[in-house]
Design a binder for this molecule. Sequence first.
Ligand code: FAD
Length: 423
Amino acid sequence: MIADTDIAIIGAGVAGLAAAATLRAAGHPCVVIEAAARIGGRAYTTTGPETAGHWFDHGATWLHAAERNPLTTIARDNGVGIIESDKIRRWRLHVGNRPADAAETAAYHAAWETFEATIRPRASQEPDIAFANAMALMRDNPWAATIELWEAAQIAAADPARFSLRDWLVNDLEGTNLILEGGIGAFVATHLGAAAGPVELNTPATAIDWRDGIRIETPRGTIRARAAIVTVSTGVLAHLPFTPGLPATHQDALANLPMGLLTKIALPALTQDRLGLPDTMSLRRQAIAGEPSMSIFAWPYGAPFLQSFIGGPTAWALAKAGPGATEDFVRGQIRYLLGADADRALGPALITGWATDPWHRGSYAYATTGHAGARAILGTPIAEGNLIFAGEAVCTDGLAGTVGGAYLSGAAAARRLMSGRAA
Ligand SMILES: Cc1cc2nc3c(=O)[nH]c(=O)nc-3n(C[C@H](O)[C@H](O)[C@H](O)COP(=O)(O)OP(=O)(O)OC[C@H]3O[C@@H](n4cnc5c(N)ncnc54)[C@H](O)[C@@H]3O)c2cc1C
């Protein structure tokens, strides 16, 4: 049995922890329930043989847009080691299975200039269109598919054919990318966890009744609260029963914030030569429209494991194809790109499981074409201002999809409920 409270927080990811820290710092009563056996949600670090004993972030990896990311200050204030990723990360471009030559590399850089000159301005114009449709403006450019893959399927984890170009623009993560020593998940669990205070673990909300105050059903009994902050992903929210049902505005917004998928695969080096690749090197291959693709990040920050990223529709298709499909694809790509023997130099794989994790059901949300406003709509309080959805999906500060955005959203929801502002 969990005691009734003034404000209940559902989910102890970054948004829920930020909300709890904000309330508890002000001495405001709250209860935090978390479905999983750990806090942190999509900020999750492990250390194991697949990453050769080094820390590995299953979810959030970089502090993007570090200049305006609230977690940058918290990390600095707590003396967390910071790696300036942009200064040491190297890049290699492939065409087919060979490194690009000088002319191809120049054409690739020129394609990004064309993208900036044509697609970015289009994003502020009406009507909103799908990212893939915008890329049709560069139809004849041999690097258009590569840019589309990188910006939509990998960074936004989105389906380019459904991804709102406006949403891409608003949440474009310009700025510095930082790595936290030990991993973002470990940082969140330690530092945000300490500020947030106690969390009721293994306590999923199974239903929410908002007719007269808030009643949250859990396997450990019903929690009654004046108000609640719900921080679960949109993938989870779509399966959470509410009584009465959510307003049509919120249902529509939820339907237009689907979960994208980014799958990360780690493979440890079995040999000393490390496939002849330097540390901290990203290998990006020219994408062919309609063909599945991925990128490789070799030996990140000196750790002896190879990390691959698969995003968007390809990631979902492989996850749905069942165990083994993702690993087979990655090993096949590695053999193609780095030589037939390359994957024999790599040990057993760690494959992140966000697609099948019942408490997340994907990686992070994107807005569909014409619905860039869905984040703000879903974030509008209901139940006379007492029921608020928070988290990365509803961030409207230009950091949606990130830990920084989740933090801002959770803290803002807590401040709003404390100040008693109506919807
Ligand atoms: C592969 C991957 C790579 C990423 N890379 C980056 C990156 O480099 N940089 C970056 O900033 N961000 C990145 N992100 C995104 C970032 O991790 C998320 O935006 C952020 O962690 C979301 O926080 P949140 O609090 O909104 O949601 P969550 O972390 O999902 O927190 C919600 C919590 O609710 C819990 N929960 C679910 N259902 C229930 C229920 N019924 N009852 C109670 N609790 C429940 C969940 O277990 C979870 O702990 C990445 C994510 C993934 C998956």
